[in-house]
Structure formats: structure tokens, C-alpha cells
Write a protein that binds this ligand. Structure first.
Ligand SMILES: [Cu+2]
Length: 633
């Protein structure tokens, strides 16, 4: 009898081992080890671009996947001397005197709910600004804001399916309009704001569409509806308790906080019909007076992420202090509004009943923060407290299918095209808040940690760890073939008013104390390379790079000054320099360009105030003819 039991148990154990080996063996759609899956041969390209926000570094990191290589950094809210961003007059003006931002959530432009590869939007939370990067040249082209009345844009920008709008909702609340008051009058005198920012369909230019006044909740994250829920934007909040101190305790008291659902077409219509009040220059709608533009859906326990699934039927919200994801049905939400089944209001905004809108609760684990999707009907939720990702089925029986450990304390996660109508279902990136000892120690501040996970098979597989500089919050990942960046700016299309396109146009023009230097940069000369000015002059160097070869950018830096810029092939940039010291000041090309890069330099002669300097100076005719001949070739 005993022998029979032993034989049976042995057989069962062997069967289980065989089964588990079988699962591991078929765990990935593509064959090979983790190392083989991330290896991109020298000279070959990655399959994806990913854009990681730089947090309080104020910029965007560009990575390639699956290799997890850092390709470049796009400066956005912070000056970057490496490419002269924030040093030339145009980018300086765009930064508006600010030298940092807190960049949280990259948002790729979409057409019909899929990334179209045109633009990338990124918020500056602290400054309530949104930047647009043109993906033709990976340059920041507009910084919109500060958005009036809005104190810190955290739930931002989360574009709509045809990039009709990007959004910004206030993380903090202040009086609107801001005025003298007492902190203790928070509940009475303070307000939150949800702003809809219009995006011009042809060139992406942002402008303010509408603002909605809300109770002083702390708005947290957002996502756009799609498919049946197109036309709505969803926002989570914490602090429905209206605490104004000790928030970590006092803002965690209520069982329920909220999702706000905004009908952005109705809100815009109300503004267009003149129903808004102008506050701080912005058209502000009061939900008490303008009905049908915003509703509240209760969500347990200080939710963070709110994520609409690819079909647009479900809205998934994660209560940070809860072990479940609440999945809401858009159809039930609509039905409850139709039936006017409200449970009172907050600040004039009708509140729906949790049970009326809820479709399912998914027991994912502790500290759910953010959810993304694949192409097989699964969702992936980051679990901050468990340091895990949970994979779960969207739809009955709403079960958790798989979990994987991450290292450590994951915040956001990002799946390949995972918030679109058509996720690619290949990768998830875990954006971990703590790396602890996963990398060589560099002192008390550790690098940020991110991890590449293969989601092609039935089980998630950790492929690679890669450190990042501070501090990616969220990221988005797009198939590489969707982007077609330019390699040079065609000279013929250079419409800069200070551009010059021939050697004969190179000149220095003086009017009063203002001196304009119209210069050319071509390997390996600046023309003119002798500049004569007077002490106290305001000198504007307009440098046109006439190169039309890939990757031949020239720098322009003036000694003993804070000025440095980079001019890419076909570009014109302008830099101001004040002639303060009598004597000679050299300038040079600060970006390596050729074998004779070291010789690419020139001199400024500064004479005392009032010394006679010609109104127009031209370079030596010999130099002009040499450059003209060079340009002919
Ligand atoms: Cu050069």
C-alpha cells in the first residue's frame, strides 16, 4: 500500500515538473535567451523608440528597444548646453526665463486612437506648462503656458484619439482667482481646475479651449476615452477629504475618492456659446451653472492611474490603498447619466453611484498604480507595494493570469503602444522608483531603474535592467517605422529673417549700439571671422549653417561668456552677446565638425566706447570668393 502511494506521488511530481518545464519552454513567442532577445547587432536598429520623461531634469530621454540603449536626450524645460538649447534667442524666449520643469507624462499624438508619429507632448507639472516636440527633428517647438488658474499640471497631457485636445488638471488647489485668504478656508475659498487645450490639426499649435472649476480635490492622472467613449476624458483625484495639512493621513480617510469624466465636446460648445466666465484671461465654466459637461464616479482609496482599455469600453482605476483595480463600464456610465441616477453632487458636479457604473473588481495585489494593455485582451497593472506587475484578463472571469517581480517599487509602467486602440503586445517597461543595489554604487543617490519585460508569451519574462538618469515617471513606446526624422533642414526652406545663403551676404551692420553679425558657418570657416565693435554694444550673431550633409552641426561659442549655441545643417540661429571688455575676444566652433574643426575660430575686436567703427563691415573679398567657390562645389 505504502509503495503504491510513493509511486503515485512520484508520478504526480514528475508530471508537474514536466508540465512546468513545458510552460517555461513555450514561455516566449521568439526563441532564444533573454540576452539574445535584447541583442541588436552593431549597425542594426531597434524596433521601437521609447520616450521617457526626465522628471525634474525637465527633458525627454529617447531609448531604443529591445536593446534598451539611450539614444539621445531632448531638452524641453531645461537649458542644455550640449546642443545650445536655451542659449540662442528663440529657445531662450520659449523657456521664458525658467531653467527647470518637472516633466512627468509623455503623450504621443494620435490619429484614430493610434500613435501617428507626428508630435510628442510633455507636461511641466510645476510650471503648468505643456511642450510639443516635433518628431520630424526631435526638437521642442512650443511651450504652452503657464496655463492660467492652474496650480501644477500633473494630470497632463494625455491626448485624445485624434489629438483634438491635450489636458491639464491641477494637482494642488488655490483660490481661483488667486487672492488673499487663509489656508484654513481651503474648503470654502480654494478650487481645482481642469483645462482642455486645443491642438491645431495641421501644425500642432496649442491654445486654451476651456477650463472647468472643480472642488479643491488633488487631480492626479488622466486618460482619453476611445471608440464608444471617444469624446470623454477621465481624471482621477485624491484628497476628496479637502485636507490642507498632514495629507498623508487626512487625505486617506474617505472610502471613496473620484474619477471625473469630462465631455470635452460639450465643454467646448458651452465656451463657444458664451457660457464661460473670464478668470485670469481664461474661459472658466462652473459646473453648477453649465450642466452635462462633467460627472464624478466614486473610486476607492486615493486612485492614481485611470486607463481606458483598447476597445474603449472599460475605464480601469487603481486605488493606491486598495488591493483591487476597479473596472467601470462606459455603457453603464452612460445609462446612469440617462436615468439621472445621481447620489448628490460635489461643487455642482453630479456624483454617480459606484455600484451603478462598476463592471468588475480585479484583485491584483497591493498598491496598484497604473495599467496598460496588450493585443490579446490582457491588462498589466503596476503594484508599487508588492514590487510586481500583475497581468489580468479584461473580461470575465476578470482573473489575474500572471505576476512578475520587479526591482523595486514600480511606479508607472508602459506597454508597447499600450494605451492605444491597437497595442502591439510585445514589451512592457517597468519604471521602478528604487534600484537599491542593482547597479555599481555611485554614492547616496542611486540611478533610477527600468526593466524590459517580454509579454509575447503566456508568461511575462524579465529581459533586461537598464539604469536611467533622474527621473522617468512615465514613458511611451512607438514602432520605429512610424517615425521618419529629417537629416538636414533644406536650405531652400530656411525662412529665418536673419538667414544668409551666399558668401556675398556675410556682413556686420551697426545701428546705434546694436550690431548685427550675419555670418555663415561652413567647414571650416566662420565668415566673417573678424568682428569690430565698441564697448557697450549689443551684438547679435546670426549664424547660418549652410551645410547640407548629415550630422554636420557647427557650434558657436564666445569666450568668457555664457553663450553657446549649436546650428544644424540648414539652420539659422541668433545669439546675443554684450561687448563688455575692451580688447580681443575669440569665438570658436564648439561642436566637432571636421579635421580642421580646431581652426574654426574668429576674433572680436572691442574698441573703447565712441571709437570709430564702420557702419557696415564686410569680410575680405578673398575670403568671400573662397567660400563662394566652396559653396559652388
Ligand atoms: Cu565647426
Amino acid at each position: 500500500m505504502k509503495r503504491w502511494i510513493v509511486t503515485t506521488v512520484t508520478a504526480l511530481v514528475l508530471a508537474a515538473v514536466a508540465l512546468s518545464l513545458g510552460c517555461a519552454g513555450s514561455g516566449s513567442a521568439r526563441k532564444g535567451s533573454a540576452a539574445e532577445k535584447v541583442y541588436v547587432k552593431p549597425g542594426e536598429h531597434d524596433a521601437y523608440y521609447a520616450f521617457l520623461s526626465g522628471g525634474h531634469h525637465g527633458n525627454i530621454y529617447v531609448y531604443g528597444f529591445p536593446s534598451s540603449r539611450h539614444i539621445t536626450t531632448i531638452p524641453v524645460f531645461t537649458p542644455e548646453p550640449a546642443v545650445g538649447y536655451g542659449y540662442d534667442e528663440d529657445s531662450k524666449a520659449m523657456l521664458g526665463g525658467r531653467t527647470w520643469g518637472d516633466a512627468h507624462h509623455p503623450g504621443l499624438s494620435e490619429t484614430d486612437g493610434n500613435y501617428d508619429g507626428r508630435w510628442l507632448f510633455i507636461n511641466d507639472m510645476v510650471g503648468a506648462r505643456i511642450a510639443r516636440i516635433d518628431l520630424k527633428d526631435f526638437k521642442t517647438r512650443q511651450i504652452f503656458g503657464p496655463i492660467p488658474n492652474l496650480s501644477a499640471a500633473h494630470a497632463c497631457p494625455f491626448p485624445t484619439p485624434n489629438t483634438e485636445y491635450v489636458f491639464a488638471a491641477s494637482r494642488f488647489s488655490v483660490p481661483v482667482p488667486n487672492r488673499a485668504t487663509r489656508i484654513e478656508d481651503y474648503g470654502k475659498d480654494f478650487n481645482g481646475i481642469i483645462a482642455g487645450i486645443k491642438v491645431a490639426p495641421d501644425d500642432g499649435t496649442m491654445s486654451l479651449g476651456f477650463e472647468i472649476l472643480t472642488p479643491p480635490f488633488d487631480w492626479d492622472l488622466a486618460d482619453a476615452g476611445k471608440g464608444p467613449s471617444h469624446g470623454w476624458e477621465f481624471f482621477t483625484c485624491y484628497n476628496s477629504e479637502l485636507a490642507f495639512d498632514s495629507l498623508e493621513v487626512k487625505a486617506s480617510q474617505n472610502e471613496m475618492d473620484f474619477i471625473a469624466a469630462v465631455d470635452w465636446r460639450a465643454a467646448q460648445k458651452a465656451v463657444d456659446e458664451g457660457k464661460a466666465k473670464t478668470i485670469g484671461g481664461a474661459p472658466v465654466l462652473h459646473p453648477q451653472e453649465v450642466r452635462g459637461i462633467i460627472y464624478l464616479i466614486p473610486v476607492p482609496k486615493s486612485p492614481h492611474g485611470v486607463d481606458v482599455n483598447p476597445t474603449g469600453e472599460y475605464i480601469c482605476a487603481s486605488g493606491k490603498l486598495q488591493a483591487e483595480v476597479s473596472v467601470f463600464s462606459f455603457a453603464k456610465f452612460q445609462a446612469a447619466i440617462q436615468a439621472e441616477k445621481f447620489d448628490g453632487d460635489r461643487g455642482g458636479i453630479p456624483v454617480l453611484k459606484y455600484e451603478d457604473v462598476l463592471e468588475a473588481k480585479v484583485p491584483v495585489g497591493l498598491g496598484p498604480l497604473h495599467t496598460q494593455f496588450d493585443d490579446k485582451g490582457f491588462a498589466y497593472t503596476s503594484l508599487f507595494l508588492d514590487s510586481q506587475i500583475a497581468k489580468w484578463k479584461v473580461g470575465p472571469p476578470w482573473n489575474v493570469d500572471d505576476k512578475i517581480d520587479v526591482y523595486y517599487s514600480i511606479g508607472h509602467l508602459m506597454a508597447s503602444e499600450g494605451d492605444t486602440k491597437n497595442p502591439t503586445g510585445e514589451y512592457v517597461i517597468a519604471l521602478d522608483k528604487l534600484s537599491k543595489s542593482r547597479y555599481l554604487s555611485v554614492g547616496p543617490t542611486h540611478p533610477e531603474a527600468a526593466q524590459l519585460i517580454d509579454i509575447r508569451g503566456p508568461k511575462m519574462e524579465l529581459l533586461y535592467d537598464f539604469p536611467t538618469y533622474l527621473e522617468p515617471h512615465y514613458a511611451q513606446m512607438i514602432r520605429a517605422e512610424k517615425l521618419k526624422p529629417i537629416t538636414v533642414y533644406p536650405i531652400a526652406e530656411n525662412k529665418n529673417k536673419d538667414a544668409i545663403k551666399t558668401a556675398e551676404e556675410a556682413r556686420i551692420v551697426r545701428k546705434g549700439n546694436r550690431v548685427d553679425v550675419y555670418a555663415l558657418a561652413v567647414r571650416t570657416h566662420f565668415t566673417p571671422d573678424k568682428v569690430k565693435v565698441n564697448q557697450g554694444d549689443d551684438v547679435y550673431f546670426h549664424v547660418t549653417n549652410l551645410e547640407q550633409d548629415d550630422d554636420i552641426a557647427h557650434g558657436f561659442a564666445v569666450l568668457w561668456s555664457n553663450g553657446n549655441m549649436q546650428i544644424e545643417p540648414g539652420e539659422t540661429k541668433t545669439m546675443h552677446w554684450k561687448a563688455e571688455q575692451v580688447g580681443i575676444t575669440p569665438f570658436y566652433c564648439s561642436n566637432f565638425c571636421s579635421a580642421l574643426h580646431q581652426e574654426m575660430q574668429g576674433l572680436i575686436e572691442v574698441q573703447p566706447r565712441g571709437a570709430k567703427v564702420a557702419a557696415v563691415q564686410r569680410p575680405d573679398p578673398r575670403q568671400v570668393s573662397e567660400i563662394a567657390a566652396l559653396l559652388q562645389r
